[in-house]
Structure formats: structure tokens, C-alpha cells
Design a protein around this ligand. Structure first.
Ligand SMILES: Cc1ncc(COP(=O)(O)O)c(C=O)c1O
Length: 394
């Protein structure tokens, strides 16, 4: 049952884009809500009229709200947050800050994002780091026993992508956090597909580093993201690249690294994006991440049920805990053609490329998948229309 107290009319009223099409590509980029879009346009207008540096000075409190809002979202302190231009930038900044030595090991889960894998292979090639893939259990989630057994003195980092780019499965990030904590190994969480979709408390999860992006379930602008760095790790992690924002220049010969997570930032950035991401986070917190998560789960289950009833369609998502990302394939038409045909009918979906989650893709026997990713502003009526269009197409 869909909760009657979820104010769906308001959610749709405040989402201008949902009048144009059925947007089931929230795992790609969500439709930003009106307050976020207006904050972005308003700030850009101010830059046009008053000048970028002048607006930055005048609206510094609103810009700073990004850090406070992120801290509220993750239950951390504002000085543990860095603004980034993407999840990838955040993840790379964290990963490349480790001073890996030949023979060091990184343990990682099967959902790891393709870009993270490229960086791991790069460090394996340059530094002699060994990447060890932790197997999944029979349910599809990361096997916690296997993870425990892989922990030894060689392991310098544990990585987990909590929700794969191309699948509905949610990995038990807190269980991984317990293993990392008891072994005293730093834990880097890619929460890119989770932030804005479900609550995430870094104390409960036990991660030391976390990256997220603005444009997906947080409904922020493109070109924005965040990196969380636990205070106790901050001092030990020296960014791979420095600049005069990350470190204060004391003389022509000396610099001093910042003590907060801003040591992972650049000075230049989209200030409009930063401000609007802060608005997006507050907007999500206003709805409540529990309520958002519950609604997404309900409508995604509804979609999976409807898809299972269509001849020729196989739903690919598996696992005890599924989210708003729904993946499937049809016997009659390949995923890219399906996506194209749906787009002609004003329904946005995406395909799942190999680079989305290469390790699990390699292990899977499915043909290419189509991804329909739902947010709370999507409706049962949209799901019904989606199912009708699919039936007609097939
Ligand atoms: C799980 C996951 N991690 C990281 C990323 C990269 O995000 P960004 O494009 O903001 O760097 C994505 C993007 O799809 C993703 O799905």
C-alpha cells in the first residue's frame, strides 16, 4: 500500500519536468525540484548582474549552508565535508590520497563502479597494489564472512559501492563497517546511488570516507558532489594534488595543509551548483529520507511486480534489500532498442553499460539490461502506462 500521508501532489507540483514525460532515469540524473532549480538560476543571474566574486562575498552564508546541510544529511561535522564536482572526483581524491606500497591490498565488493575500478587498476599498475574482490553470498550481497577472512596486515583499504549503478540490490554497508572498524582498516564507501534515496548515518555505517553526487537521488544540479572524510583520518590523508585553497601558502618556500576536509577541494568551482546542492539536501531532509526511502521501495516493488507479469520480460534485480533501481531485459527486443522506443514515447530510461558495475556484470549471465530508476515523485499511474507501452512494444 502507498502511504496516504505522502504529499504526492506537492512533489509533482514542485517538479516542473514531470509534466513533460515519464522520467524513470533518476539513477542517471533526477529532475531537480523547483526550489533547487530556482536557486541555481537565481545565483547565476546574480553572477551575471553583480559579478562572481561580489556575489560570493554577499551570499557566503548561503554557500556555507552546503557544508551544514551535508553534515545534517550524513550526521557528521561540517568540517568533514568537501565540495566536489562529482562522485568520481570525491572517490578519486580519497583513493589517491593513500600512500600505497607494493604488495598492499585493497578489498572491494562486486558492485564497484567502473570508474573506481579504472583507478584501482591504475594504482595496481603504478604502485603494485593488489585488488582483491570480495565474493557475494548466495543472496547477492557482499559476503561478510568472506570479507572477515580476507582481512590481514596487507589490507590498507576496504571499498564498497553500496548500490550498484546498474541494479536494485543494496549492500549491507554497516556490516562492512563493523569489519573495517574491528580490523582498524579505513573504509571508503561509494554512496552515489544511495544519497537522497535512503537515510545514511556515517556513525551507523562506520565508513571513514564517503562520496556522493548531486544530480542523482539528491536532485541537485549536475557537476556537483561531496566527499566526507572522518576527522580521525583527515590528518593522515594528504591529497594527491594540492593547491592554494587546500593548503595555505606561508612563504615562497612553505605551505600548511588545511586541517578540514576542504584540503580535498579546489578553489574554483560552480558556486551556483554548491549553493543549489545545499538547497537540494535541505529539500530532501524536509521530505525525510525515511519517508522517501519507503515510498521509493513501494513503487519500485510495484514496478517489478508489473514487469514480472509481462510475457518475455525477466527482472534482473536480486537480493533481500532492493531499492528504486529496477533492471530487466526482454526476450523480444534488446535493451538499447527498447530504450529508444520508450524515449520516442516520452519515457526516459537507460541501459546498463558494462562499465556501470563491471565485476558483477562479468559474473552475470543476463543479456544487456534496461534500467528504470524511480524517485518519490513518480506515480503508480506512470508505472501502469509504462507497462502498457512495454506490452505494446513487445
Ligand atoms: C555507484 C556509482 N558511483 C559513482 C558514480 C559516478 O558519479 P559521477 O558521475 O558523479 O562521478 C556513479 C554514476 O553513475 C555511480 O552509479
Amino acid at each position: 500500500m502507498i502511504r496516504p500521508d505522502f504529499d504526492l501532489p506537492r512533489a509533482r507540483r514542485e517538479t516542473r519536468g514531470c509534466e513533460q514525460q515519464i522520467h524513470f532515469n533518476n539513477a542517471g540524473a533526477s529532475l531537480p525540484p523547483v526550489p533547487v532549480a530556482d536557486a541555481l538560476y537565481g545565483y547565476l543571474y546574480d553572477e551575471e548582474v553583480y559579478g562572481g566574486y561580489e556575489v560570493m562575498a554577499r551570499r557566503s552564508a548561503e554557500l556555507d549552508n552546503f557544508y551544514a546541510a551535508s553534515a545534517r544529511l550524513l550526521n557528521c561535522s561540517a568540517d568533514e565535508i568537501a565540495f566536489t564536482d562529482s562522485a568520481t572526483r570525491g572517490w578519486n581524491s580519497a583513493f589517491y590520497a593513500f600512500n600505497f606500497q607494493p604488495g598492499d591490498r585493497v578489498l572491494a565488493g562486486s558492485a564497484e563502479y567502473g570508474s573506481n575500478l579504472v583507478a584501482m587498476l591504475h594504482q595496481a599498475k603504478r604502485q603494485g597494489v593488489e585488488i582483491v574482490w570480495v565474493p557475494d553470498d548466495a543472496s547477492g550481497q557482499i559476503d561478510i564472512r568472506a570479507l572477515e577472512n580476507l582481512v590481514d596486515a596487507r589490507v590498507k583499504l576496504i571499498c564498497l559501492t553500496q548500490i550498484p549503478s546498474g541494479g536494485g540490490l543494496v549492500h549491507p554497508a554497516a556490516a562492512v563497517g563493523k569489519v573495517a572498524k574491528s580490523a582498524k582498516i579505513p573504509y571508503l564507501l561509494d554512496a552515489c546511488q544511495l544519497l537522497g534515496q535512503r537515510p545514511l548515518d556515517v556513525e551507523e555505517v562506520g565508513c571513514d570516507l564517503l562520496c556522493g553526487t548531486g544530480r542523482k537521488f539528491l536532485r541537485g544540479p549536475r557537476g556537483t558532489g561531496l566527499l566526507y572524510v572522518r576527522k580521525t583520518l583527515l590528518e593522515q590523508l594528504e591529497p594527491h594534488q594540492l593547491n592554494h585553497h587546500a593548503a595555505e601558502l606561508l612563504s615562497v618556500e612553505r605551505y600548511q595543509l588545511r586541517m578540514d576536509a576542504k584540503r580535498f577541494e579546489s578553489w574554483e568551482r560552480s558556486y551556483a551548483g554548491q549553493l543549489a546542492l545545499g538547497v537540494a539536501i535541505d529539500y530532501a531532509l524536509g521530505w525525510g529520507l525515511e519517508a522517501i526511502g519507503e515510498r521509493i521501495r513501494l513503487i519500485a516493488d510495484n514496478l517489478r511486480q508489473k514487469l514480472s507479469g509481462i510475457d518475455g520480460i525477466t527482472v534482473a534485480d536480486q537480493g533481500p534489500d532492493l531499492c528504486g533501481i529496477v533492471t530487466f531485459y526482454a526476450a523480444q527486443l534488446p535493451a538499447d532498442q527498447l530504450q529508444h522506443q520508450l524515449a520516442l514515447r516520452h519515457i526516459n530510461t537507460s541501459t546498463v553499460p558494462f562499465s556501470a558495475n563491471p565485476i558483477s556484470s562479468q559474473q552475470s549471465r543476463h543479456p544487456a539490461l534496461l534500467r528504470a530508476s524511480l524517485h518519490y515523485y513518480n506515480t503508480i499511474e506512470e508505472i501502469e502506462r509504462f507497462a502498457i507501452e512495454l506490452k505494446q512494444l513487445l
